[in-house]
Every structure is written in structure tokens, then in C-alpha cells.
Ligand binder design. Sequence first.
Ligand SMILES: Cc1cc2nc3c(=O)[nH]c(=O)nc-3n(C[C@H](O)[C@H](O)[C@H](O)COP(=O)(O)OP(=O)(O)OC[C@H]3O[C@@H](n4cnc5c(N)ncnc54)[C@H](O)[C@@H]3O)c2cc1C
Length: 460
Amino acid sequence: MELDPLSAVLSDNSGAFGILLLLGFAIRQIRARRKSAARAKKLLQKAIASNLAEPLTLHPEINPALCVGCGTCTRVCPEGEVLKLIDHKPVLVSPTKCVGHGECEQHCPQGAIRLVFGTKTRGMDIPRITPNYETNIPGLYIAGELGGMGLIRNAVKQGHLAAKHAIAHLSRAQTQVDVLIVGAGPAGLAASLTAIAEKKSYLCIEQNSFGGTVYNFPRQKVVMTHPAELPLAGTMKFPKNKVSKEELLAFWNEVRKKTGLQIREKIRFEGIERGEGFFKVTTNAGIITAEKVILAIGVRGSPRKLGLPNEDLPKVAYNLIDPAQYRQVDVAVVGGGNAGVEAAQYLAKPELGNRVTLLVRGSGFDRCNEENKQIVIAMAEQGKLVIRYNSAVKEIGEKHLLIETEGDTAGGIAPGKIANDFLFVFAGAEMPNKFLMSLGIQIDKKFGEGLAENLVGVHA
Ligand SMILES: Cc1cc2nc3c(=O)[nH]c(=O)nc-3n(C[C@H](O)[C@H](O)[C@H](O)COP(=O)(O)OP(=O)(O)OC[C@H]3O[C@@H](n4cnc5c(N)ncnc54)[C@H](O)[C@@H]3O)c2cc1C
């Protein structure tokens, strides 16, 4: 059908208008991508210049042959600007901020990502574990953070899978319990619930209190955890995947009550001896015999120390449970990771009246998430705390610290000596590898090896 001249012009124009709109959109997209890639390059250069180009823990390795550069992995990372596209390929631009969530691996539509321990140049010591979490000693398992992977969700999954495998391979030895679980953190909790669900005899021993590392988090700390399946209790799911420490512990305590979970607190595992098809476990309360043993002891029992004289003074601590205990005092916090930055935030709440100094080793916050970084920088700008960059503690005194520093947010080169009543050190944790080796467990140095070689099924 012929169009009248006016309709023809209008129809021509609407086609042209559509094309213009599309073109405008495409140009905006290209500009945004270029800007993002430029920022990514800057972040990477900064990481390299600051000697922070090596990831500290489990991290993604991208297979360039499979990756199509869709950028899904960069959008799903919960830690912010960690993975970014450069030249249409994802690059770990802030390697030390990666904590191995594995969201990138799970969401990659091409299966181009796998999680690995260590890099070609920086090996990472990890206990040898089969895909079923069994160590080189048959019947002895490792689950949770002790196996090299952090996060509550991973600990729950591993505790469950380790217990399932252990229970499936019981041969009915004459022991006090079928399965002995050491440690009542999320891994030990899941392992114990699995034993109840499978109707096997078990005992969970814990040197401190039920809850593991979570029990030692600061009051009201927001715990970030993805939904996880807790045996017998169902899905552990919280709004926006955020929950306070108290809410999480209350949930676990409710599960403990409902299931009659047997946890013996204040019992410390000290050693293990192999018998014929069973183990003799030494604790501070005597010997326990078990056919299978699951070590779910985490790594927080060995906090990394500064290695300075006077570090054993009572004013020095490696965790912060109740910030409100500290009022009107001079406090220093060492550590630019999430734990240190969060502790500084809690201690610097104006109602406490503390004078808080946050001591960061590098020239910025390369080890904490974006949200924590923004909060602490804003607090420094508002004068609620002082951040000292490129700083290190050189001496610990009863009432002072001697620190080396290159810059601070208080405006000016800081004097070396600062008043100090309490010092909190958040420098990470040492893997208790010597202890594990003394039990006969083999430790391997991983140079960029994936879960397939060590832990299969964690992200299933
Ligand atoms: C400050 C901080 C903040 C964190 N925030 C988050 C977060 O927001 N989200 C998240 O998912 N993860 C977070 N994590 C990590 C998470 O807490 C751990 O990955 C998780 O708790 C590991 O669980 P686990 O059961 O392996 O070990 P743990 O929780 O460490 O539990 C191990 C238990 O074993 C006990 N134990 C140790 N040695 C012995 C022994 N010889 N005998 C008997 N018992 C023993 C310990 O007392 C402890 O109770 C955080 C960690 C820290 C330090």
C-alpha cells in the first residue's frame, strides 16, 4: 500500500529515531566499558606497585579459551571491585580482596572459571584431603576453614559431606562413639547434625564455646552468609544474606535444643593415635575412642602475631567481642582487612568516647570490602578515628606504642610514640600445619591447583 507523503516522512523519521536511540545507547555502553576498563587497569597497577598482586587464599583462575568476556563474574562478586573486565576478559584486579566466595565460578555461563589455591609463584600450604575430605590417614577427616577455605557456608557444606562419607564407611568397630567431631563451629555443627540424621553415635568436643569463630565476633557484627543447607534444620537463610552474630547464634542454639545436639564444651583435643580400625583420641579430659574423627578446628586458634616483645601484655588482643567494654581509652587497631576495619568502626562509635587509631600496612585498604572501606574513610573524615597508612608497630609499652608511619588522616607526620591503653591485632591466622604434621597429616604446597585436585563437590 502506498503511504501519503506525510505518513512516509513520519515513518522514515521514526525508523531513523530508533536507529539514533540504539546508536546513543551503544555509545554510552562503549564509554562506560572504557571507563570501567581504565579504572580496572588503575586498580591492577596499584596492586602491582603495592606488592599486592598475589591472592592470599582461594581465588578464581580464568580459562581464556573458554571465557567469552560476558562480565557476569564481575557483577556477581560480593566483595565489590575484585574481578573486572580488561580488554573483554575478567582480571583479578584486587587480588588480596578475594576471599574465595566462588560466586564467579558458579555463575560463569561458560564454565571458564575454577577456584585455585596459590599461584605459580606463591605456593600455599594446604592439608592433603581427598574429594571426600579424608586426610592421608584413612578415617581421619578435615572439614571447614582448616582445609583452606573460609566462609560459614563452605564450612557447613564440608562438615556435612565429611560426616556423610565417614558414616557411610563405618565398619562397626567397638568404640565409645562412631564419629568424634572436634570443634563446634559451623563445620562441626553440620557434621554433628549429619550424625544425628543418620542415627549414628557421635560426640562433638569443643575447647571453648559452641559457635566457633562466630562466637568470638564483635557484638552485633553483621555476618554475611549465603543460604546454606543445615542437616535436620533445613535452609539457613537470612534476609539479604545478612544476619547479626546474635541472630545466627540464636538460630544455631535453637537447632541445638530441638535436635538434642551433644556438644561437650571446654574439652580440648590434644592428640590422636591409630589403633586397629579405630582412633584413640587424647583430650584434656581423658581418652575417647572413635572409629572416625573429623577435625573441624578452624584456624583462628593460631592468630598471626606481630612478633614483638611485650605482645603478651593483657592489653593486647586478637579478637574483639564487646566493644562497649572500652570507653574513654586510647585504642589502636592493627589491620586493614575486614576484621580490623570493622573493629575500628565499632570502637570509634562516638558514644564510647575512645580515641581510636587504625594502623594499616599499605597505602590504602587493599584487603577489605568496599562497604567497610567507605565507612572507615568517612569516619576518619569526620574525625571519629585516625587512620595511619604505611604504618607498623615497632614497640609495645604499658601505656604507649612506638609506630613507624608515612602518613595519617590527622594531617601531618605523626610522632613515633602514641598513647595506648589497648591494642587489637587483626593480622589473619596461621594454618596450624605443624600441629597437623605432628598428627601425621600430609601438607602440600599448592601452586595454582584447583578444587578438583583437592576438594571436589564443595560448590555442587
Ligand atoms: C573477624 C571475622 C569475620 C568473619 N566474617 C565472616 C562473614 O561475615 N561471613 C562468613 O561466611 N565468614 C566470615 N568469617 C569466616 C568464618 O568465621 C569462618 O570461615 C568459619 O567460622 C569457619 O568455620 P569452621 O567450623 O571451620 O571453624 P571455626 O568457626 O573457627 O570453629 C572451630 C572451632 O574449633 C575449636 N577448636 C580449635 N581447636 C580445638 C581443639 N584443639 N580442641 C577442641 N576444639 C578446638 C575452636 O574453639 C572453634 O570453636 C569471618 C572470620 C573472622 C575471623
